[in-house]
Design a protein around this ligand. Sequence first.
Ligand SMILES: C[S@@+](CC[C@H](N)C(=O)[O-])C[C@H]1O[C@@H](n2cnc3c(N)ncnc32)[C@H](O)[C@@H]1O
Length: 297
Amino acid sequence: MAVTFAHLPVLADPVLEAFSGLSGLPAGDGQALLLDCTLGGGGHSGLLLAAHPQLRLIGLDRDPAARAAAADRLAPFGDRVTIQAANFADFTPPAPLVGVLADLGVSSPQLDEPTRGFSFRAPGPLDMRMDPDAGETAAELVDRLEESALADLIHTYGEERLSRRIARRLVAERPWAGSGRTTADLAYAVAGCFPPKARHGRIHPATRTFQALRIAVNDELGALDRLLAEAPGWLVPGGLLAVISFHSLEDRRVKTAFLTDPRLERLTRKPLVASEEEEEANPRSRSAKLRVARRVA
Ligand SMILES: C[S@@+](CC[C@H](N)C(=O)[O-])C[C@H]1O[C@@H](n2cnc3c(N)ncnc32)[C@H](O)[C@@H]1O
């Protein structure tokens, strides 16, 4: 797949700082093992491997293009790195872990590559699957759901006020799958549900609907719930769990889990966010929130 994978790791310094104590932790079989649940281009993993020379790492990603990019980037670390094709929701680590990192959502290369169907800016197939070989595409989802279920989905996952109107329009324009119509066509249909003044604001009117469809197609919140339930049990005492989220639906779950799970001690009362310089250099970092918790003994 000829996709260039240029992804700047968000909150790189706070992540390195959060994991700075990793090297001192007791390791299961003598070698400290870290799990990167969302390898992407291997940005965070590369930094952590360089900072902790005795660390081994397992990196997961559902996306073959991400795994290929990470394999390239992490090649200098040789057999310290194992890359696996997996959804983190279905994963069980082979040994106790000193740390778990999850940098949720999609990466900039996924968003920017029109053929993946995440972007409303350039026409692409209405797909949006992180794993292009598994599950239902966005077009199939929009065709399958009852109008009211589609409206609820757009309202809940996109926090979109005009969800009913948008669902009515998308249902009226079915079928989407197999019709040859693109992400740009769906974005145009959504934009048409807004009053003319709201169509030309700073944020594209289809942003929230696209977020909702992407979250549903990839069951992103279900996967996060399973990770938050399982990951504390994978950690050695003192082991660290760090999660970077990008919207309130994710952050609320992480915040609640870190506060209420008796296996965890919350280390960040307020989430860590990007500096002004990082926001300037990487606009995607503007909505990033890092929370960190420690496994209690
Ligand atoms: C924001 S990017 C990670 C970027 C990475 N931290 C870096 O520095 O390059 C998120 C990645 O996680 C993957 N992903 C999202 N949810 C996943 C899941 N449930 N299981 C496995 N991979 C997932 C996506 O395919 C994407 O490549």
